[in-house]
Design a protein around this ligand. Structure first.
Ligand SMILES: Nc1ncnc2c1ncn2[C@@H]1O[C@H](COP(=O)(O)OP(=O)(O)OP(=O)(O)O)[C@@H](O)[C@H]1O
Length: 770
C-alpha cells in the first residue's frame, strides 16, 4: 500500500466514525421526537376531555357565560399550541427519518475572516443539531451551503440575508453514503466534481424524476437561489437541468421564506399532466409539499366550462394554411395584447355590449337600461370601478323591486299552490304562527319573491348581463384600426373572414385556442375580477410553447408574483414561428432592471454522441455543450417497406431489454402510435401506449406521440418513421430535435423509403447506418 492510499484509508475511516456518531445522534433525536409527539397527543386528548367537562358544567347560569366563552377561547388556544408543537415534532421526525438514511453528502472546511479556527460543516437534505444546539448537519439551502455549489477552493463569497460574506474555503469533500456506510468519497478542488456527476448520470431512467441536490451545478445554483429578479428567464438546452433546477428552486424558496410563503402560493405551469406525474415526487423527497401544478389549458378551460376549446394546430393532425398561420401570429402577438387593453379603456366611453337580465322569461333589466347605468358615472370611474358601481346600482334596483313584485298576480297564485311540504320549508320554524292571514300571505309572498329573484341577483353578481361574445366580436372588428395587419401579412378581407368564423364558432359554442386568452383577458379587464394577488411565485416550464400573448396574460393574472420562465427555444414545437422573438417580447413586460436571463448550455441528459447528434439537427440553434459521457453513436436504419421496419423495431426493443434500457418509441401522431401498439400486441411484445396526458407513465417500454413526450426522458428512444413523408417542413425541425433529445443512453432512428431532409444534413461521422 502506498503512503497516499494509506492516508486515504485513514481519512475514510475517520469520516466513517464521524458518520456513525451522527447517525447515533439522529437515532436518539428520533426517539425524542416520537416521545414528544405522543406527549402532545396525550395532552391534547386530556385537554379536550377537561374542556368538555368544564364547558358542560358552566352552561347552567347566565353569569358564567362570558367566563365560558373566555375559557373556550383559552382552551382553544392551548389546543392549537399543542397541535403546533405536535406538528412541529412530526415535521422534525420526518426530516430525521430522511436524514437517518443519508445524513449528508458533502463536507466543507473553511476559514472565516477574523475567526481563530478553521470550521468544518456537513451538508445534507435538512438541518440537524444536537442537544447543545451544535449544528451537525446544515440544510443544503442554508446560505453557507451555497459555497459548496458555487465556488472552488480559496476565497468564495456567498449571499446571506444580511449581505455578502467571504470565506476562505480549504476543503470540499463529497460522499456517496448508502445504508449508513460511506461507499465512496472524493475531495475536489472544482465546483462539483465531474466524477460524482458521472456516477449519478450513469444511472438508469425511471418513471419519476429525481432530485439533483447533491450535484447541483454552479450555473443551476444561480437559478435556484435567485431572489432578486421579477423575471428570471432561463434558456437551456435540452437536458440541461431546467426542470430539475426549478424544482430545487421551489424547495429553496419555501425554505428561504419559511413562515411567509406556503406551497399553495407557488404555481407551476407545466406542459401536460403526464409531466406533472413525472415530477411529483421530487419536492416530497426534499421534505417539501408540492406547489400548485396546472397546464395552461386547465387554467383557461376552468373558466369556460360550457365551451369547447379547439386547437387546429395541435397534435399535428392537420396542416394549417399560410393565412391561418399569419392570423394566428396576429392573435398571439404582444401588440394584440396591448390592443385589447386600449379597446377596453375605450369602453369607458362607449360601445359596451350588454344582455337583458331576464326574470320569468321576460327582460327584467333591459340592456338599454344597463348601458344607461354604466355610462351614468363620471369619467373618474375606470373599468373595474365602473362595473362595481353598475353592479351595486343594479342590486339596489333589484331590492327596490321586491315590494312591487309581491303584489303581482303570479305571486298570489304561487302562494295558493304551495304544498304542505313547501310551506313548511318556507316557515322559519315548524307550524309558524301569524297575527293574521294577511300577515302570513305577505310573509310567504316575500319569501317566494326573494327566492325567485335570487337568479337575477346571481346574474348580476356573476356578470351575466355582459354580452362577452358580442363584445369580443366587436373588438375583433376594431382590430384593423388598432393594429397594422399588413405587417403580419394579413389583408382586411382575410381578417373579416376570420371574424365571421369566430362568430360561427360562438354559435356552436366553440372557441379556438388563439382566441381564448384574449377573450378572457378582455372580460377580466371589464370586470376587474379574476386576478389572483395571493400567488407569490409563478413558474412556467417549456415557455417556448407559450405565445407572447399567453405569457402576458399570465403576468396580468398574477400581478403580485415573481416569474421564473424556463424553456428551450430550440424545442418550440407548438408555436414555432414566434418563439425566436418570444424572449424579447416577454422581456418587454417586466422592468429591465429586475430581469435576469440565464443560459444553461451544458446538456446532462444524454451521452456525448447523442448530444452531438441532436445538436447537429439544429440550424442557428442556441448553444449546446456536451457532457463527457461515453455511449454508442445513434443508429439510423432505412427500409423500403413497413414490415422490414417492424422487424427492426422488434429487434431493437429486444436488444434494449437485454441491456436493461427502458425504451420509448416516439411517433409523430396519436394515430401512428396506436398502429404501432396494435402491431406490437400482435407480435406478442408488451408495451404501454400513452394515449392521453391523463394517463400514468408505466414502467417498461412505452409508445408515445411526440407532443406528449415533452420534458420526459428515457434510457433509449426509438424515433419511429423519421421519413421524408412524415417530417418535411422546416418548422418541424424543433419537433425532430425534441424527440431525439429525449434519449439518455441510446437513440435509434427508423425511416421508411427515404430519411427526412431535416435529418439528412447531419455529418455522417455522428451516426451509424444499418
Ligand atoms: N446537476 C445535475 N446533477 C445530476 N443530474 C442532473 C443535473 N442537472 C440535470 N441533471 C439530469 O439531467 C437530466 C435532464 O434534466 P431536466 O429534465 O431537468 O432538463 P431540462 O432542461 O428540463 O430538459 P428538456 O428541456 O429537454 O425537457 C435529468 O435526468 C436530470 O436528473
Amino acid at each position: 500500500m502506498t503512503k497516499n492510499e494509506k492516508f486515504i484509508r485513514q481519512t475514510q475511516a475517520a469520516e466513517q466514525r464521524h458518520l456513525d456518531e451522527v447517525i447515533t445522534k439522529i437515532g436518539r433525536a428520533q426517539t425524542k421526537a416520537r416521545q414528544s409527539i405522543d406527549q402532545a397527543k396525550n395532552d391534547t386528548q386530556s385537554l379536550n376531555r377537561q374542556f368538555n367537562e368544564e364547558v358542560h358544567l358552566s352552561y347552567g347560569s347566565d353569569t358564567t357565560n362570558l367566563e365560558t366563552a373566555l375559557s373556550i377561547r383559552q382552551q382553544q388556544q392551548m389546543l392549537q399550541e399543542r397541535e403546533n408543537s405536535w406538528q412541529q415534532s412530526a415535521r422534525q421526525l420526518n426530516t430525521l427519518k430522511r436524514l437517518a438514511k443519508t445524513p449528508y453528502f458533502a463536507r466543507l472546511d473553511f476559514h472565516e475572516h477574523g475567526e481563530p479556527r478553521r470550521e468544518t460543516i456537513y451538508i445534507g437534505l435538512g438541518s440537524f443539531s444536537d442537544e447543545h444546539d451544535h449544528f451537525l448537519i446544515y440544510d443544503w439551502r442554508a446560505p453557507i451551503s451555497s459555497i459548496y455549489y458555487d465556488g472552488k477552493l480559496g476565497q468564495v463569497s456567498y449571499q446571506t440575508p444580511d449581505g455578502e460574506q467571504t470565506v476562505n474555503v480549504l476543503l470540499k469533500r463529497q460522499f456517496l453514503i448508502k445504508g449508513g456506510a460511506i461507499e465512496s468519497m472524493f475531495d475536489t478542488t472544482e465546483t462539483i466534481g465531474d466524477q460524482m456527476l458521472l456516477e449519478v448520470l450513469g444511472e438508469k431512467s425511471s418513471t419519476q424524476m429525481k432530485s439533483i441536490v447533491t450535484t447541483i451545478q454552479q450555473e443551476q445554483n444561480k437559478i435556484i437561489r435567485n431572489v432578486a429578479a421579477d423575471l428570471l428567464f432561463v434558456q437551456g438546452a435540452a437536458g440541461s437541468g431546467k426542470t430539475s433546477a426549478i424544482l430545487q428552486r421551489v424547495a429553496f424558496l419555501l425554505y428561504r421564506y419559511r413562515g411567509k410563503l406556503t406551497a399553495s402560493q407557488v404555481i407551476m405551469f407545466s406542459p401536460n399532466q403526464l409531466f406533472n406525474d413525472y415530477i411529483e415526487n421530487v419536492l416530497p423527497e426534499l421534505g417539501e409539499q408540492n406547489m400548485v401544478q396546472m397546464t395552461y389549458a386547465q387554467f383557461i378551460g376552468r373558466r369556460l366550462p360550457k365551451m369547447t376549446i379547439t386547437d387546429p394546430a395541435a397534435n399535428f393532425e392537420v396542416a394549417q394554411t399560410t393565412t391561418a398561420k399569419a392570423i394566428s401570429r396576429v392573435k398571439t402577438d404582444l401588440r394584440f395584447f396591448k390592443a385589447v387593453g386600449i379597446y377596453a379603456r375605450h369602453l369607458e366611453k362607449q360601445d359596451m355590449r350588454f344582455k337583458d337580465l331576464k326574470f320569468r322569461g321576460k327582460p327584467y333589466f333591459s340592456k338599454e337600461k344597463m348601458a344607461e347605468i354604466y355610462y351614468s358615472f363620471n369619467e373618474n370611474y375606470h373599468l373595474a370601478n365602473r362595473m362595481d358601481a353598475t353592479q351595486e346600482r343594479l342590486i339596489q334596483l333589484l331590492n327596490n323591486k321586491v315590494e312591487p313584485e309581491i303584489r303581482k298576480n303570479w305571486v298570489a297564485k304561487a302562494v295558493e299552490n304551495l304544498s304542505d311540504e313547501q310551506l313548511q320549508s318556507l316557515y322559519a320554524k315548524a307550524d309558524q304562527e301569524f297575527a293574521s292571514s294577511d300577515a302570513e300571505f305577505k310573509y310567504l309572498a316575500r319569501k317566494i319573491v326573494t327566492k325567485e329573484l335570487q337568479t337575477v341577483n346571481r346574474g348580476i353578481r356573476r356578470f351575466r348581463f355582459i354580452n362577452s361574445r358580442a363584445q369580443y366580436l366587436h373588438f375583433l372588428q376594431q382590430v384593423p384600426y388598432l393594429i397594422d395587419l399588413a405587417s403580419f401579412g394579413v389583408t382586411k378581407e382575410d381578417w373579416n373572414q376570420e371574424v365571421a368564423q369566430v362568430q360561427a364558432d360562438f354559435r356552436d359554442k366553440r372557441l379556438r385556442l388563439d382566441d381564448v386568452s384574449p377573450y378572457l383577458y378582455l372580460f377580466d379587464l371589464i370586470t376587474g375580477k379574476q386576478v389572483d394577488r395571493n400567488i407569490k411565485f409563478v413558474f412556467i416550464d417549456e415557455i417556448q410553447d407559450y405565445t407572447p400573448f399567453q405569457a402576458a396574460y399570465l403576468q396580468a393574472s398574477f400581478p403580485k408574483a415573481r416569474f421564473t420562465m424556463l424553456g428551450d427555444l430550440n424545442q418550440a414545437i407548438f408555436t414555432h414561428a414566434t418563439s425566436s422573438s418570444l424572449l424579447s417580447q416577454v422581456q418587454k413586460l417586466f422592468d429591465p432592471e429586475k430581469t435576469e436571463v440565464v443560459q444553461l448550455t451544458r446538456s446532462y441528459r444524454s451521452t456525448k454522441p447523442i448530444t452531438e447528434y441532436t445538436r447537429a439537427l439544429l440550424r442557428n440553434g442556441q448553444k449546446i455543450d456536451t457532457f463527457d459521457r461515453a455511449g454508442d453513436l445513434p443508429n439510423i436504419a432505412i427500409r423500403a417497406d413497413e414490415a422490414a421496419l417492424h422487424e427492426l423495431l422488434l429487434r431493437t426493443l429486444q436488444e434494449n431489454d437485454q441491456r436493461q434500457l427502458t425504451t420509448a418509441i416516439i411517433a409523430k401522431t396519436k394515430q401512428e402510435s396506436q398502429d404501432l401498439a396494435q402491431f406490437l400486441k400482435t407480435a406478442g411484445y408488451h408495451a404501454t401506449l400513452i394515449r392521453s396526458e391523463n394517463q400514468r407513465l408505466a414502467a417498461g417500454t412505452i409508445i408515445v406521440p411526440a407532443y406528449l413526450a415533452k420534458g420526459l426522458e428515457f434510457d433509449a428512444v426509438v424515433m419511429w418513421n423519421a421519413s421524408a413523408t412524415r417530417y418535411h417542413d422546416e418548422d418541424e425541425r424543433q419537433l425532430v430535435y425534441t424527440i431525439a433529445s429525449r434519449a439518455m443512453h441510446r437513440l435509434t432512428i427508423l425511416a421508411q423509403d427515404e430519411l427526412s431532409p431535416l435529418l439528412s444534413a447531419v455529418p455522417a461521422t455522428l451516426y451509424t447506418v444499418e
